[in-house]
Ligand binder design. Structure first.
Ligand code: 6PG
Length: 249
């Protein structure tokens, strides 16, 4: 089940998403004693990360019980301007009282296979007995204008039964070598939120939500939580080609 919410103003969108994240965090900690939050990279989530470090969200978030993971990472050092870790560290994590041991950084300084093995090992520490990988409480995601999500790119296949793989981006503007969570792990999340803004996302978003199913070509279509919720928070320009009566039925 997925739901699309459209916003005219960015401030309204980020306020609602910050409230959503905080509510999920409080519920998760009350029920299970921890909140597994998986962050995405790119430009769209940056204002949200900054907002979560500000009142009232800063005080509402149960930071000491939050565990931070990433959906993907560029294989660059953690202080590189292209690092998804650096993005979150500067905008949010350095500003809030989250224990350093609760931050599960994808080690972009490693070679691809070593980075995959390292993160697979890190995930094991969070995995419940009998489960293949940790069940995320919330995965924040975005889409590229080519329809990718995390670092799952068009035409890329995914081996079954694994949580983390190495991939190569075909976007000359961003680092090529990546590691990414697989759609299988992402689909075990309790909740997935897509944040999508901008006119350049209107056509891919309409194809992803209203077009024919072709998850090989449109990796964001692979994200369909088995028993979790899927919510799209979209600004007006990105939503300009959507027929919401069809989607939010
Ligand atoms: C990354 C992200 C990626 C991102 C999209 C959208 O590493 O780049 O994880 O999947 O969500 O590329 O990026 P923008 O928000 O910058 O448009």
């Amino acid at each position: 089940m997925s739901k699309v919410f459209v916003f005219d103003a960015p401030a309204g969108l980020y306020n609602v998403v910050a409230d959503h994240v905080t509510r999920l965090a409080q519920e998760a900690v009350a029920e299970r004693g921890r909140f597994l939050l998986c962050l995405s990279g790119g430009n769209t989530p940056r204002p949200l990360y900054k907002q979560l470090a500000l009142p009232p969200w800063r005080e509402q978030m149960p930071w000491r019980a939050c565990h931070i993971l990433w959906g993907d990472e560029r294989l660059v050092p953690p202080d590189d301007r292209e690092s998804n870790y650096r993005l979150a560290q500067v905008a949010l994590l350095a500003q809030v009282p989250i224990p350093a041991g609760n931050i599960y950084r994808m080690r972009g300084e490693l070679e691809p296979e070593a980075a995959v093995a390292d993160y697979t090992q890190q995930l094991a520490a969070l995995t419940e007995p009998g489960q293949p990988w940790p069940r995320l409480d919330l995965a924040l995601m975005g889409i590229g204008s080519d329809g990718h999500t995390a670092s799952l790119f068009p035409g890329s296949s995914e081996p079954s039964g694994v949580a983390v793989i190495a991939t190569v981006a075909n976007d000359p503007k961003r680092p090529a070598q990546r590691i990414t969570l697989t759609s299988a792990m992402l689909n075990s999340s309790r909740e997935v939120i897509f944040l999508v803004r901008g006119e350049e996302k209107a056509e891919p978003l309409a194809t992803i939500l209203q077009g024919d199913q072709d998850p090989l070509r449109w990796p964001a279509q692979r994200i369909r939580p088995e028993s979790g919720r899927l919510v799209w928070y979209v600004d007006q320009p990105a939503a300009s080609r959507l027929d919401l009566s069809l989607i939010n039925e």
